[in-house]
Structures are given as structure tokens and as C-alpha cells.
Design a protein. Sequence first.
Length: 325
Amino acid sequence: MVETRVCVVGAGAVGGVIGGRLARAGVPVSALARGATVEALRTHGWRVDDDSAPVAAADADAAALGPHDVVIIAVKAHHLPALAPALTPLLTPSTVLIPALNGVPWWFFHDFGGALEGTVLAATDPDGAVTAALPPSQVLGCVVHLAARQAGPGHARLTAGDELIIGEPSGRPSERATRTAELLRSAGFRITVSDAIQREVWYKLWGNMTMNPISALTTATADLILDDPLVNAFIQRVMTEAAALGALIGAPITESTEDRIAVTRRLGAFKTSMLQDAEAGRPIELDALVTAVREIGDRLAIPTPHLDALLGLTRLAARQRGLYP
């Protein structure tokens, strides 16, 4: 069997779990990271939970790692426009790109059909640099359903879930999707190959596009947000607007807002990833989660007043704290 070379871009919590588990399964996995993380990887290798595995790590210099068969992108979406051009040394024309990102990705409307076929959203690819450097034709869409945290630089811990959903943007079956699914299963992940990957992306977005910014605005945990009847009602109005957009672009939601909120409520008093970033003084991932959805509404000439209010308030609060440009 031909060996598959994998590079993980961003060895944080999610990237660390994926890269570390692949390496532990015997797959040669390199990492493109920065600062203390890359030094930790060079010293200790991949560390996932209490296990370790070897890794070749480079500090932001993709040319030092060379081309790979699979490149997994596990950085925050707002870092990608600046980072993407530097990733081209990792690619050949046959490299499979797997973006493990939150929100609406740059490739979303590639080969999708419908009213916005081929649209590049300014919210996630403002000058087209991502699309130019990371061709959507090489993307295998991915939705991450796992939770992880960093126990330290280069050390990731899986805290919940182990599912990855992958699929061709076109929805058609492919040999590369089958091959990638087998690769990821070899590392112990539960893999679903979807024939509607954009719908999976939109469904996950639908569940976290409200809780994240509201938590950053209020500093409240999820249980407190959902317990407030006015906030809960506002969340459902935003979700209703987003569901209507999803139906128009070919990513319909069949679940009720109440049922989706019940799923979140069962997770208890957790802090969203955006709240954790805000508390740590890190830029928040607002554009991929909220701005992109509003842009889709604008392009379809569909009013989204509740979504607009959520975006405006969160953006202003984040700018006041230096968390958003």
C-alpha cells in the first residue's frame, strides 16, 4: 500500500488530536505550527492525551516540509486569508485539502449549484487569496464533531466526540473521499461520507452561530444564555432567518429551533470557543460564523434583521476590546 503523507496546519486542540491520532496509527504526519507549539512538537512529538508519536514540525515555513498527499487545515478561519498563500509549497495538483474549520468556508459554493454557485464570499476570502492559493477543486469538505482542548503547547486532549463528516462539494462519490475516509478511520475516528457536505456545514453553523457571539457579548455560559427567555427567543429568531437562507441555497434545515436548542442545553454550563478566545484576548471568529451568513442574505436580497443586530452588537463590542479589526 502506498504511504500517504499528511500535513496538519495548526497544531492546536483539534489539529493536535487529528494529527496525533494519525501519527499514532503509523501515518507519517508533519505539522506547520508556530512558536512554543512547534518547539514542543520537535521535543516531544505529537502528544494526544497520554500518548505520543513522532512528527516533523516546521515553524511557519511550508517549503521546509514540502508537498503532501493530504493537507488538513485546522486554524481559526480568520487566520486563513493571510496564511493561505504561504501554504502553496505543501500542495501538488493532486493534494487533497481538508479544511477542519468552523463557519462558512471559502469553498462552500464551489460545484454546489443553485443561485450562488461559484460565489466567493468577501467575509471569508476578502481578496480572493484563499481561493487562489487553495483551489476549491482540491477540497474535500469536512465537518468536525469533536471537542478538544490544549493541555499545553503541542499537547491536545480529546474531551468529547470522535466524528468527522467528509464529502465532495459536488455531492458525488469519489475515490479520494473513499481513500481519505479509510485513512481517518485507521486513526480511530468515526467517519461519515456525506453526499451533501454543505448541508452538514450549514447545520453545524446553525447550532453555533448564535451561542458563540452572544457568549462573547455577555460572558455568560450556555446554560445562562438559554435560561434567559428574551435571549432564548432572540436566538430562535436568528436561527429562523438562517434556516430560511439555508433553504434557498440548497442546505435546508429540517429540525425545529426548539429541538436544536435542546441539544445545546444538554451540554450544560459550558463556555463557547468564542468566549474562551475573548477571555484570552484572542481575535474572535466572527466573520465565518456570522458575517458570512449576513453576506449570503445580502446576495439573495433577503432581509435578516435579527442576524444584523447580532452581528452589529458583537462586532462593536469586539472592536472596543481589540478582538476584531
